[in-house]
Design a binder for this molecule. Structure first.
Ligand SMILES: [Zn+2]
Length: 144
């Protein structure tokens, strides 16, 4: 690919990245996190480019709380967004160095995002689902 085309593609990708990360930051402001005070937002893009958002929602019964990433992915599934989803951004307003997704969210990302989908972790970097969760759990029978 010529350098000019590569620069333009990277610039466009950076713009899309910035828009998706901004959506995640915006929805993090709506997090219900009175216990952890750890506000997280996520935005996931479906195969048509439609974006769905989610924030973490906590409960006084802590184990019932749900992460932003899974809320965004579940919202996309519930809305009928075509899978696999193509990108996800996550942003935490209260972590100085950014925060990476928990193990449960990595498993759900692995199942619902394309293997080469971009996962933008605000303040940390860009990853693919297999990079975040190598050797993920599946229900596929092991080859003998
Ligand atoms: Zn999580």
């Amino acid at each position: 690919m010529p350098d000019q085309a590569r620069r333009e593609e990277n610039a466009e990708r950076g713009t899309r990245n910035a828009e998706l990360v901004q959506r995640a930051r915006d929805v993090a402001g709506r997090a219900y996190a009175p216990y952890s005070h750890f506000r997280v937002g996520a935005a996931v893009k479906d195969a048509n480019g439609v974006v769905y958002v989610g924030c973490n929602v906590e409960s006084a019964s802590y184990g019932l709380s749900m992460c932003a990433e899974r809320n965004a992915i579940f919202a996309a599934v519930a809305a009928g967004g075509p899978r696999p989803f193509t990108a996800l951004a996550v942003s935490c307003l209260d972590a100085a160095g950014g925060c990476t997704p928990c193990g449960a969210c990595r498993q759900v990302m692995f199942e619902h995002l394309a293997a080469d989908a971009a996962v933008y972790v605000d303040g940390v970097g860009q990853f693919t689902p297999p990079e975040l969760l190598p050797r993920a759990f599946t229900l596929e029978a092991a080859e003998s």
